[in-house]
Design a protein around this ligand. Structure first.
Ligand SMILES: [Fe+2]
Length: 367
């Protein structure tokens, strides 16, 4: 059984390579069992396609349940990975979760999955159980092309970022709030109510440089100075997110590492570049989208219920230390000097089984 190349109306071509690659069955009446067999039979070829295109859409296979989706992912034989983060997800089947329970009218901005966690998944699968009646596309963008275009069009900004890095803040909710994308508190995230223990776990799990706790129950994580550009497999990608989770703010609370402002026009340059390069995948029921999470960013367009997109992560990739310029100390938002975590990261940390088993959460939201 051979895959048949398909074509999406919305697909793009970058450096002569179609993005994403669409693969269809050779006839009708092909379901999850046949797709599982084809993946096993053509495993090396499919992996080559993923390396070349960075994104593959399997369309036209009658994959009809979360369980069947799980079986298709299992056919790849990759290590599966639990979620770590502060968003709400619901379990749909063994190891399969809803992508994000944030209200569907909200945009979820572009990001690499779990980009702020020390170990990020190398692949992410999405499965469409129910497309949105309107909107709700998952948008994808080749992150290496984003870097290339930013360097071509905004060389001064990119040089300054490479020299000084950026420093930004992320906050977790003061209380559980299902109406927000980052819906969970630090106590939920770290499975402790003790600030000292939470700080220790933050240091172990996240790529942040320091954390502070507010009296209202929120936590403020400082990242950087870091360069958001990382290299994986020879590709330089914009791995660290700089935009807010949704579009009600221009960007994160962020400065360059020298303390100077990251301006509105700097954020707009990045947003404009993403918009010019992205592909909005118009979901059809049964679609499975496989992304190389180390080279592709994804986002969720606003949609309407009902919309059910399920997800599963595979592979672990240890990130290199983020620190730029070896800046040992920097000022927090009140101007006090913070003592950051050690710049050197533990090379062998993996989230505790307890945290992985907790499952339905991740560090940056999914569409
Ligand atoms: Fe995501």
């Amino acid at each position: 059984m051979e895959f048949v190349p398909g074509r999406l109306e919305e697909e793009r071509v970058f450096d002569g390579v179609v993005f994403p690659k669409t693969l269809k069955p050779p006839g009708e009446e092909y379901g999850a069992n046949e797709l599982v067999e084809m993946i096993k039979e053509k495993h090396e070829w499919v992996c080559d396609q993923l390396r070349l295109h960075s994104a593959i859409l399997f369309r036209g296979f009658n994959v009809s349940s979360a369980e069947e989706f799980g079986a298709v992912v299992e056919a790849f034989g990759w290590d599966e990975m639990g979620y770590v983060g502060a968003t709400t997800r619901l379990k749909a089947a063994d190891r399969v979760y809803t992508a994000n329970e944030a209200p569907l009218h909200q945009l979820i901005n572009f990001h690499h999955e779990m980009a702020l966690i020390k170990k990020s998944p190398s692949k992410i699968f999405f499965y469409c159980l129910q497309p949105s009646p309107e909107g709700g596309e998952t948008s994808i963008v080749p992150s290496n092309i984003v870097v290339k275009k930013m360097e071509e069009n905004y060389p001064d900004l990119m040089s300054k970022m490479a020299k000084w890095g950026i420093v930004f803040h992320m906050k977790t909710s003061a209380q559980d709030d299902s109406e927000t994308i980052i819906s969970k508190t630090w106590k939920w995230l770290f499975k402790t109510e003790d600030e000292v223990e939470a700080k220790k776990r933050a240091k172990e799990m996240l790529t942040c440089s320091s954390v502070g706790f507010g009296e209202d129950g929120s936590a403020d994580f400082t990242y950087g100075p870091l360069n958001p550009i990382k290299e994986f497999g020879g590709k330089r990608v914009w791995f660290t997110p700089i935009l807010g989770y949704t579009d009600d703010e221009v960007g994160l609370d962020m400065t360059f590492g020298d303390g100077s402002a990251f301006s509105v026009s700097d954020f707009e340059a990045y947003k404009k570049t993403l918009s010019a390069l992205c592909v909005d995948i118009k979901w059809e029921r049964g679609d499975i989208l496989l992304l190389d999470n180390l080279s592709v960013q994804h986002a969720r367009r606003p949609g309407k219920p009902p919309r059910v997109i399920l997800t599963l992560l595979c592979g672990r990739k240890e990130q290199e230390p983020d620190v730029v310029n070896a800046a040992a100390k920097h000022k927090d938002r009140e101007g006090k000097l913070e003592t950051p975590f050690d710049a050197k990261r533990s090379p062998d940390f993996s989230p505790s089984e307890e945290l992985v088993a907790a499952g339905d959460h991740q560090a940056h939201p999914s569409p």
